[in-house]
Design a protein around this ligand. Sequence first.
Ligand code: HEM
Length: 407
Amino acid sequence: MTLDAATDHKDISFAQYGEYWREIRKLAVIELFSLKKVHSFKNIREEEIGFMVKKVSQLSLEHTPVDLSKTFFSLTASIICRVALGQNFNESGFVIEQDRIEELVRDALVALGTITCSDLFPSGLGRFLDWLSGGHKSINKMVEELDAFYQHVIDDHLKPEAAGKKVVDSQADIVALLLDMMEKQGKKDYFQLNISNIKGVLMDIFLAGVDTGATTMIWAMTELVRNPRVMRKAQEEIPTTLGLNKERITEEDVEKVGYLKLIIKETFRLHPSVPLLLPRETMSHVKINGYDIPRKTQIHLNVWAIGRDPKRWTDPEEFIPERFANSSVDFRGQHFDLLPFGSGRRSCPGMPMAVASVELGLLSLLYFFDWALPEGMVSEEDIDMEEAGNLTIVKKQPLLLVPVRHH
Ligand code: HEM
């Protein structure tokens, strides 16, 4: 389900539908993803990353490899659960296991990225073939489970005792904000935010926010261990800038460490987590590079290939963060050579939130630990770089590294 699917209003016209969608997106961008809002969740990010460092520290005593893929997924799922739902995995009474949420998010993304028979044959034939293959059953089951989870969280927010947690509190979570918007909305005839819309927005935030952030951190750490020169340079700069006596890293610290920002840009270039962005549809006939593209053609933009295009980048397959040192190229949607968050009206509204978590997460792991290859792996070249997925691209094999706490 996407924001588009968040409306039950089946009897509205195409124009009204567009207007309806724009309203939800506008609300989301202004109310949920503004810089002020992102800043208000700073404590949550810092606290969750503190928990992650603590867990990795405990594991470092055993001198055994840590599954960083799992660690990063748990981190982003915990942050999104707190920011969006006000649900803290570290507190008791959580209605669904953290592992199960991660599993559902992964399965839902695979299902969304899979071309079904109904996509190819939108008539009854496609639906019949899907029914025969049984694929729709598992998707329905997954959506039902997530739906029940969101409903539970919404019911919790509607309880009288939750009233104190309302939006007066600058840290109110996204469900509280959406319920507040619903309560205060005016009476436009076709745009009425309802509970289904709220679940749709939550579904979008979950599917868009958990996997992408984790994937970016996994690839960044993978590239760092595969490129010891870059890792050394980062690990020299960090203590020189921040000193050695910090008990925890804050978002203010991130601003002081310039090389880390270049590393993250380089990771976005080589490993954009949504390699084909979201599909677009042409509104009218257009000609691009001499090719005729008819109206209503679905378009996929391959930002993965653009990031590796030798006409645009020197040594495109190499991980060289310095290429951005004296360059104005940025990933915020203005430079078409680097589009990990897309561009234009459908670009990622969660970008500031995502970048804040990725920077802080990586900086904390680099500040407190050195990272060694697991036993049996002789050189960095042994690290598997195979990619998997469809809508989002993950590292196929989990990233296993041994943390060595250095201060
Ligand atoms: C490093 C992490 C992230 C990356 C690389 C990323 C990337 C993207 C991309 C490429 C798109 C499609 C843009 C387009 O087609 O032009 C997108 C959409 C979206 N992202 Fe992100 N994203 C990240 C994190 C997040 C987070 C943390 C959230 C929410 C908290 C989020 C919320 C969304 C939403 C709601 C959409 C759909 C917007 C729409 O339908 O118009 N993203 N993201």
